[in-house]
Design a protein around this ligand. Sequence first.
Ligand SMILES: [Zn+2]
Length: 110
Amino acid sequence: MLPTTLVLEIRRLLDRGDLSQRAIAQQLGVSRGLVAEMADGRRGDHGRGAEQDQKRTSPYRELTMPTRCPTCGGMVYAPCRLCRARVVRAATLAAWRQLHEGQAPPRRAA
Ligand SMILES: [Zn+2]
């Protein structure tokens, strides 16, 4: 069973209404079938409760379990911030190169 926080995040993105079911599934690393089931009410908004989670993790850890990022393969708390940061950085660099064609790219601060 999925962690409650993940189920609630799927619900939040569905209710926001600006992402497709496919996009939500991709972003959170869950199946499209699951998102579709939640969207048309075939599945309730219930997940693995905190009391079940405590059997799997120490009380000092987060109560949810990380999931495998479909893009970078890392174990992350979805959505993967590393992949998001990489996309933003690549776009920033591409925009910089367009503005400064022929010049050396900026050096990264140490
Ligand atoms: Zn990732």
